[in-house]
Design a protein around this ligand. Structure first.
Ligand code: ZN
Length: 445
């Protein structure tokens, strides 16, 4: 790639990134003056100062939940949604160089936040600056929106969305190239019901993981073994404990996993009469898609509805089953909830919502996707198809936004890890790709 638009901006971009990396903008809930702690507040102020130096107007939320920087004029608003918080560097001594002092070696930028998300954010900012320094003019308003709580609960961007203007279209530089145009909705929920005198259960897996182990402790180990043999499920017995074995995957890939807990509950339903056991056996034991409740729910853009039976607690007084559902982008979440609530009621069980993230969907033939894809392909020659199963990014929070970069094919994903790094080539190419993308989308012809 020749760096036609951004050559002169490589050096200043790296100098600014070094400053940004030097602030350990990790969540600190124990500060009384700011929502997310002093370092994040300081980082937000620094990012806005960087933007003012580029000639942008800036605004900071008086309570410190978010900030943004804008330039240009007109009705339309193009957004670049970034985040300034980072995950902690838990074992700094394991790092080759200190995590918050950016080091350049082996052709890469090392430091916490170089990949996630300060590096890509700086690449986008300097891509815009390069265009402006070359005399180009904006044909609409461009706003960089800075989230401050992306690694945790998205409270910053949620507050922005309650109080501020929505963008007409935008990009999120916080994922991988070429781009992510669809992400399933995420619904995490509990089904609650009565306790049991006959058995106890304490399988506490994370909601977003398909359990590869499910433990039974009780006096019917032998009977349970026989049933599991008949069903051909794997298990092991250790004194009074019986552990059903499966295969663990992220719950967004539930179809590729093997759910040990669902197997255990199916087998137990032949020995014990409890509504949660029956509910799981009838509806999820052999079907990750939950079709006996929901029917067939799927679409071409994002695939099928999946339901992960993630955890279950049962004591004498109550029972609570945790389920993680991934909802296709064209499905109606409220209708699914209504259906599930009704289904649970038939077993005298209650539905309780725990967490919900809306889906992301921008059609592949939209102006935004076709433009970004053409720019990317022309510059790199990489014809990889756009992605429809990415993780969760801020692109979900506003309409008509896609995740665009900055990980490239062949570049190690070191986000959240020791020695987080962004290869220099990846950084420079990202800046050039963003400059061409912005030229196509926000610059006067
Ligand atoms: Zn990120």
């Amino acid at each position: 790639m020749d760096y036609q638009l951004t050559k002169d901006h490589q050096k200043p971009a790296i100098e600014t990134l070094k400053q940004w990396i030097s602030i350990p903008s990790v969540l600190d809930e124990n500060d009384s003056k700011t929502p997310f702690g002093q370092p994040i507040q300081e980082m937000l102020e620094l990012a806005l100062a960087t933007c003012r130096d580029m000639g942008m107007e800036t605004y900071i939320d008086p309570e410190g939940y978010y900030g943004y920087a804008e330039m240009g004029q007109g009705e339309e608003l193009f957004g670049v949604l970034c985040h300034l918080d980072v995950v902690p560097a838990l074992n700094p001594t394991e790092w080759t160089t200190p995590p918050f002092e950016m080091d350049i070696r082996d052709g890469a930028l090392f430091g916490r936040g170089t990949q996630d998300d300060k590096g890509p954010s700086i690449a986008a900012l300097y891509a815009l600056k390069a265009l402006l320094d070359q005399g180009h003019q904006l044909n609409k308003r461009v706003r960089f929106i800075f989230g401050t709580d992306e690694e945790n609960l998205w409270r910053g961007l949620n507050r922005y969305n309650e109080k501020e203007e929505q963008v007409s279209m935008g990009i999120v530089p916080d994922s991988a190239f070429p781009l992510t145009y669809a992400e399933k909705g995420l619904l995490q929920l509990h089904i609650t019901g009565p306790g049991s005198d006959a058995f106890e259960m304490n399988n506490k897996g994370a909601l977003n993981v398909v359990p590869d182990k499910a433990v039974y402790k009780g006096d019917k180990t032998e009977e349970l073994s026989n049933i599991l043999n008949e069903l051909a499920y794997k298990y092991e017995v250790n004194e009074e404990t019986l552990t059903v074995l499966g295969k663990s995957v992220h719950s967004k890939d539930s179809l590729k996993g093997d759910n040990a807990l669902a197997h255990l509950l199916e087998a137990m339903s032949e020995l014990y009469d409890h509504p949660i056991l029956n509910f799981v056996k009838d509806n999820f034991a052999k079907d990750v898609n939950g079709q006996s409740i929901f029917g067939q729910v799927e679409d071409e853009a994002s695939g099928s509805l999946t339901c992960n039976i993630a955890n279950l607690e049962v004591d004498a007084n109550h029972s609570k089953l945790g389920i993680d559902m991934r909802i296709p982008v064209t499905a109606d979440k409220d209708q699914l909830v209504e259906t599930l609530t009704k289904a649970a009621k038939e077993y005298q069980l209650e539905y309780e919502e725990f967490d919900y993230l809306a889906s992301l969907y921008v059609p592949v033939d939209s102006e935004l996707v076709t433009t970004l894809l053409k720019v990317y392909r022309d510059l790199t020659g990489d014809m990889t198809e756009p992605i429809s199963s990415g993780g969760a990014t801020f692109a979900r929070t506003m309409k008509n936004c896609v995740a665009f970069g900055a990980l490239q094919e062949g570049v190690a994903d070191t986000m959240h890890q020791v020695d987080e790094r962004m290869p220099l080539d990846n950084f420079y190419q990202t800046m050039e790709i963003y400059a061409h993308a912005l030229k196509a989308l926000v610059i006067k012809a």
